[in-house]
Design a protein around this ligand. Structure first.
Ligand code: B12
Ligand code: SF4
Ligand code: SF4
Length: 353
């Protein structure tokens, strides 16, 4: 597999802009024309028609806007799309009674991505162009932009796999009025006959290659407000936030981790859920760092913590007392969740031991 920067032009303004992105900490950079992304628009409409959007807002709320870069920046001509690798050399074991963070939520990777995109934006502005950076923003579909910029191919897990880096990357773009040379695209499919991600998904959420039913995806279920679908509480296992199961077994992702010797060790991979359940609102939100928490309401994190506690099998006094704190909580979602947790730990609600 050629390295991620194989397609960088040797000279010219586009090459300078791409090199500015790489120098600022992006691991791969490509350029796409800022045209409407009609395939993504159709895909969003298809997901909504099939109910796979699960009521999510994000890019789904206004597909005409999120698939048209010119709606984000008037007179847009190009998108400079960047990927930042967040893989780590290790995956620290998660002790019983701890809730696991998915890899992308360990540390402030989006902060580093936005800083790097900001450098590209500043360079373009300094040269007299309009430029706005977007990363994980409702205004732009990042994966389709990355695909059109030749950064990688769509894996069957719906992730963009960057050449030489695999899927442990987050994505963002600078939409600009500068007329840049598009990168070579699309990148040839690299999945072939493999289907490990589809088989590894604990809830069968990858219903077709590249199509995720968010009503079953643990990543969404752990983010959404309200009660957690009882059908998937067992499957949540020890995940407090996010799910990596459709990436862990992916051969190109594994090769990239093995190849990038000296990659940093993972930042904190988990948190003690009893401590979380005993903590104040501020403590809970602080433990989540800059991860998305719906309405910044710590109760949705506590709901997940109760499920993780129930799944942990840790039935000591500390765990039972933590769950019992929520038996009479003001939030009915947490009351119901606490009852499930106590049942799961073999200490039904109301039972004093
Ligand atoms: C909504 C959302 C979610 C939702 C829905 C995911 C989904 N599949 O759409 C939920 C909450 C479930 C989610 C989960 C995750 N997400 Co998310 N999410 C987004 C968000 C905000 C919008 C995505 C979107 O618009 N989807 C619309 C649908 C229609 O797009 P799609 O399913 O990819 O459709 C395309 C493919 O089907 C492809 N296609 C068309 N024909 C074919 C045919 C074949 C054979 C194939 C393979 C593909 C293919 O073209 C379609 C159009 O582009 C973006 C950020 C952004 N602003 O773009 C991040 C984003 C996609 N998420 C990201 C990440 C990291 C994750 C998680 C890994 C987090 C985690 N560890 O828990 C999981 C992975 C789940 C998964 N397997 O997709 C990254 C992806 C990075 C990458 N390498 O691709 C993004 C880009 C955020 C970022 N800026 O880095 N996410
Ligand atoms: S993130 Fe987890 S639940 Fe969602 S599709 Fe991937 S493996 Fe399935
Ligand atoms: S696990 Fe296999 S099929 Fe899935 S994204 Fe990776 S290479 Fe493609």
């Amino acid at each position: 597999m050629p390295p991620a920067d194989a397609a960088i032009p040797r000279d010219g303004y586009t090459a300078e802009v791409i090199r500015a992105g790489l120098a600022a900490g992006l691991d791969a950079v490509g350029v796409a024309p800022a045209e409407p992304m009609l395939r993504a628009r159709d895909a969003i409409r298809d997901r909504v028609a099939r109910g796979f959007d699960a009521g999510m807002q994000f890019t789904f709320r206004n597909p005409e806007r999120s698939t048209d870069p010119a709606r984000a920046v008037r007179g847009a001509r190009s998108m400079v799309v960047g990927a930042r690798w967040y893989g780590s050399a290790d995956d620290p074991p998660v002790p019983a009674g701890h809730g696991r963070f998915a890899r992308y939520a360990r540390g402030d990777h989006y902060g580093a991505l936005r800083d790097a995109l900001g450098s590209v934006r500043d360079r373009l502005r300094a040269d007299g162009h309009l430029a706005v950076a977007f990363a994980d923003d409702n205004s732009l579909v990042d994966r389709e932009a990355a695909h059109l910029a030749g950064l990688g191919w769509f894996g069957k897990n719906a992730q963009i796999l960057v050449r030489g880096l695999g899927s442990w990357v987050i994505l963002g773009a600078v939409v600009t009025s500068a007329d840049l040379d598009p990168s070579e695209a699309p990148v040839e499919d690299g999945c072939g006959a493999c289907r490990r991600c589809i088989d590894a998904c604990p809830t069968g959420a990858i219903v077709e290659p590249g199509v995720v039913d968010a009503t079953r995806c643990l990543s969404w279920l752990a983010q959404k407000p309200g009660p957690f679908d009882p059908r998937y509480r067992d499957a949540l296992g020890d995940r407090l936030y996010g799910c990596d199961d459709c990436q862990e077994p992916c051969p190109p992702a594994r090769v990239a981790v093995a190849r990038r010797q000296g990659a940093p060790a993972a930042a904190s991979a988990s948190v003690d859920v009893v401590a979380l359940l005993e903590g104040s609102d501020e403590d809970v939100l602080a433990a989540m760092g800059r991860a998305y928490v719906a309405d910044r309401n710590p109760d949705w994190v506590r709901r997940n913590a109760l499920i993780v506690l129930g799944n942990s099998g840790v039935r000591d006094r500390r765990s039972l007392d933590a769950a019992r704190r929520y038996e009479h909580h003001a939030n009915p979602v947490l009351r119901e969740q606490a009852r499930w947790t106590l049942d799961r730990l073999g200490a039904p609600a109301g039972c004093k031991d």
